[in-house]
Design a binder for this molecule. Structure first.
Ligand SMILES: NC(=O)C1=CN([C@@H]2O[C@H](COP(=O)(O)OP(=O)(O)OC[C@H]3O[C@@H](n4cnc5c(N)ncnc54)[C@H](O)[C@@H]3O)[C@@H](O)[C@H]2O)C=CC1
Ligand SMILES: O=C(O)C1=N[C@H](C(=O)O)C[C@H](O)C1
Length: 249
């Protein structure tokens, strides 16, 4: 039997980090070698970990990834807050490594990955589309990374299909009443005690509506995707954005 893959978790005391630590400890082919929290030194992972999983906060995740690459460790990242410039800096850093891989995914739940894909597929057939994301009230960012990715996917599909702006006669409104606008797609964020992570995409035509909804009722829902990423990232040099690239969809 081959040696277990050595895994470190960054943000190990957080909601996601703690769940990932449990999942790694239960997997016979993986070994949890480090639980890092803020103020711990990422450089200490050099030679100790093969792969690190980052579920920290948007303000530190990019620096963590650069430190992991400097330490020679592959990275699986679920933390939100990535923009094109940050992704480009990671790609540039990866090009200077000896075949390291980084996987960044806005959502590791299969239902969410499928919902994003279904929304992008449906977008070209509808005049209107809006995204509503609903989360626990301890979430620090809005809109969610998943909602941003969903809206961008819808916008790209509409552009490719040659669709113009969506119908909207709103002239006067209270600030924020129509949500945020991401590439022309309205995105609304609900924060509600009792929720975990949910998203609804509503698409409308005259006389009909399609609703695509994903619900993560438990953080367990993200674990198969995270563990798949941990097992596969070492065989995928360079930057991969989105779990869909690892699934046979
Ligand atoms: N991609 C996905 O499927 C999912 C992504 N997320 C994202 O993951 C991130 C974390 O979410 P939660 O676990 O709910 O947050 P949380 O607030 O429960 O956990 C974050 C943890 O990171 C720690 N931390 C802060 N700075 C650090 C540093 N420099 N090094 C190491 N640890 C540090 C904090 O002390 C805390 O324990 C968020 O951006 C969230 O949106 C959450 C769920 C699923
Ligand atoms: O903070 C969360 O909880 C989640 N964050 C990710 C996001 O912002 O999309 C993924 C999921 O929605 C849960």
């Amino acid at each position: 039997m081959s040696e277990p893959l050595k895994v470190a978790v960054l943000g190990a005391d957080g909601r996601m980090g703690a769940t990932v630590c449990d999942a790694v400890e239960k997997a016979p082919d993986l070994e949890l070698v480090a639980r890092l929290e803020k103020d711990d030194d990422v450089a200490s992972l050099a030679g100790r970990a093969d792969v690190a999983v980052d579920f920290t906060v948007p303000s530190v995740t990019e620096a963590n990834v650069h430190a992991l690459l400097d330490a020679g460790v592959h990275a699986v990242v679920g933390t939100t807050g990535w923009d094109d410039a940050a992704l480009a800096r990671v790609e540039e850093h990866l090009a200077r490594t000896d075949g390291l891989g980084v996987l960044i995914a806005p959502n590791f739940a299969l239902s969410a990955v499928l919902a994003m894909q279904f929304a992008a597929t449906a977008a070209r057939y509808f005049e209107s589309a809006e995204v509503v994301e609903l989360h626990h009230p301890n979430k620090v960012d809005a809109p969610s990374g998943t909602a941003l990715a969903t809206a961008r996917g819808i916008a790209a599909a509409r552009r490719d299909a040659g669709l113009g702006a969506m119908p909207d006669a709103t002239e006067t409104q209270l600030d924020g009443a129509r949500g945020a606008v991401v590439d022309g797609v309205h995105v609304h964020a609900v924060r509600l005690r009792g929720l975990v992570a949910h998203e609804e995409v509503v698409l409308g035509n005259p006389g009909e509506q399609l609703t695509i909804r994903t619900d993560s009722f438990d953080r367990e829902s993200f674990m198969p995707g995270v563990l798949l990423g941990v097992r596969e990232v070492g065989g995928r040099p360079g930057l991969t954005v989105g779990l869909e690239h690892l699934l046979d969809l």
